[in-house]
Design a protein around this ligand. Structure first.
Ligand code: ATP
Length: 248
C-alpha cells in the first residue's frame, strides 16, 4: 500500500515512518502491536521536536564505540526495526562487524522467516534467529528464545524498541546493552548501559556514521567516547527536552 505524503507537509518524515510500519504489517514483518508501539514513539518524537538532541548524538557515538570494541556485538531486530530501517541495519552491521539476529516478542516461525528474508533482500549476508537454541535465563516470554551463537554469546547487544523485562534480563547476563527508545521514562532505556533517546530512523544511520568516523581513530579516542558518555545525564537531558516544550 503506497500512500502519497506531500514532501512539503510539515510532518512528512513522521508520516512516511508511519506508512512504513503499516506496509510492514501488510508484508507480515510487523505485528499489529507494532502499530501501537509506533504511535507511542510518534508522541515522544513530537515532544522531542523530531530531531536528534545533542545528548542522543553523544549516546549514538558511545554506542558506535561499544559496538566497535566488542568481541561479539549483535543487533537484535524486531518487526518495527526491520520495516523502518532495513538498509540502515545492514549498513550498521557492516560498519561495526556486528551480527544481526531476529528476536520477537510475538514470535512465530513465519514472521521470523519473513524478517530474516527481508533483511537478506536488503543485503544482510547472515541473519541469526531462525533457530533459537538457547534461552535468556529468568524470562518467560518468547523473547527469551535466542541463538546460542548470537544474542546468548554477545558481549554488546543493540536492542531497538526493547521490552523492559528482557532489557533487565540481558543486563543481568552481564551484557552491555544499547537501547534505542524515544521514551526516556520507559524501563528499557532506564536499565540500558547506553540509552539512545532518538527515533530509530535517525539513530541507526547516525550510529553507523559515528562508527565509520571512530574506526579511523585511535583506541584511546574510542575509549573516550565511551567514558565521556553519562547515561544518567543523557536520560535527564531527554526528559528536560520533552518537558521544556521548545520544539526549535
Ligand atoms: P517497557 O516494557 O519498557 O515499559 P513499553 O511497554 O513502554 O516498554 P512498548 O509499547 O513495548 O513499550 O514499545 C514501544 C516503545 O518503543 C515506546 O517506548 C516507544 O516510545 C518506542 N518507539 C516506538 N517507535 C520508535 C521508533 N521509531 N524509534 C525509537 N523508539 C520508538
Amino acid at each position: 500500500m503506497t500512500i502519497e505524503v506531500p514532501d512539503d507537509h510539515p510532518r512528512s518524515e513522521s508520516l512516511h515512518t508511519r506508512h512504513r510500519i503499516e506496509d510492514g504489517v501488510d508484508a507480515g514483518l510487523t505485528h499489529k502491536q507494532g502499530l501501537i508501539a509506533e504511535g507511542r514513539g510518534e508522541a515522544f518524537d513530537y515532544l522531542l521536536g523530531e530531531r536528534t538532541i545533542p545528548s542522543a548524538d553523544r549516546a549514538e557515538r558511545a554506542a558506535a564505540a561499544h559496538l566497535l570494541r566488542a568481541d561479539h556485538p549483535v543487533l537484535s531486530i524486531n518487526g518495527n526495526a526491520a520495516a523502518l530501517v532495513p538498509d540502515e541495519i545492514v549498513a550498521l552491521a557492516d560498519a561495526t562487524g556486528a551480527a544481526i539476529e531476529v528476536n520477537l516478542f510475538n514470535r512465530t516461525d513465519e514472521r521470523i522467516a519473513a524478517i530474516a528474508d527481508h533483511l537478506q533482500d536488503h543485503g544482510a549476508t547472515d541473519v541469526k534467529g531462525r533457530t533459537a537454541d538457547a534461552r535468556i535465563p529468568g524470562l518467560t516470554s518468547e523473547r527469551a528464545k535466542v541463538a546460542a551463537d548470537g544474542i546468548h554469546a554477545a558481549d554488546v547487544v543493540l536492542v531497538p524498541l526493547e521490552d523492559g523485562d528482557r532489557a533487565e534480563a540481558l543486563g543481568a547476563m552481564g551484557k552491555t546493552e544499547i537501547v534505542v527508545d524515544l521514551n526516556p521514562l520507559s524501563r528499557s532505556p532506564q536499565v540500558a548501559a547506553v540509552p539512545v533517546v532518538d527515533n530509530l530512523v535517525r539513530a541507526i544511520p547516525n550510529i553507523a556514521a559515528h562508527a565509520h568516523d571512530l574506526a579511523d581513530r585511535s583506541d584511546d579516542e574510542r575509549e573516550r567516547a565511551i567514558d565521556a558518555f553519562d547515561r544518567e545525564a543523557a536520560l535527564d537531558a531527554a526528559e528536560a527536552a520533552i518537558r521544556s516544550g521548545e520544539l526549535d
